[in-house]
Design a protein around this ligand. Sequence first.
Ligand code: PLP
Length: 258
Amino acid sequence: MSIPRVLTVAGSDSGGGAGIQADLKTMLALGVHGMSVITAVTAQNSVGVQGAWELPVAAVRAQYRSVVDDIGVQAVKTGMLASAELVEAVAELISGTDAPAVVDPVGVSKHGDSLLAASALDSVRTKLLPVATVATPNLDEVIQLTGVRVESEDGLRRAAAAVLEYGPRWVLIKGGHLSGDAVDLLTDGSAEHWLRSPRHDNRHTHGTGCTLASAIASGLAKGLPVPEAAHAAKAYVTGAIAAGFALGAGIGPVDHGW
Ligand code: PLP
């Protein structure tokens, strides 16, 4: 049997810490063949995003068709989609592909740089989330998408229920910004899986969200059920955060070689 193939549809981070670059490193580390549809190019480093340019919808469609029609995919992961037009095009492409999709509804970077136009939020809610096998919002993205503000572990259930209203099969709410252990909640509305890891006192966490979503997609491509893929991905990202290292003057990347 050939190697499992995973496609990331996301933005490029010139600094190599997040986005497409983090996705491909994760896929390499997890033993799947990584492929990329680039939606936007960012000029970015450890201190922030200095510029961002989205690609035309036709260029995104063409990359996607090139990969899917010849090579084929066992899982798709989406990240930075920049605009409503790109969100809608990618949602349509995913809905016509027979593979699970992990949707990381990327909104704002750790530095506060916007990676998604405010006008695209409604397309994420009504077009992209409904075609997701797993959606992986962090708490800021939960507020943007649903208005639900979470301040304790208990609130993760309310956040999950609000996101599930939009139709993803599963949601994994990343509670990493709460205090205490890094706790995430994975649920499909009936089963509940709490993913817990000790908090690592390391500020070099650039690329965490991209890495988690790509690791879940890699597990799904290998045939793991969603809960097993999520548990394995949490273990992977926890190791990558523990090994995160300084680069440049700001926030360094998680490490994929741990
Ligand atoms: N740049 C790109 C292209 C991304 O896709 C993302 C996150 O998804 C980021 C930057 C932000 O990464 P972080 O918030 O981990 O710094």
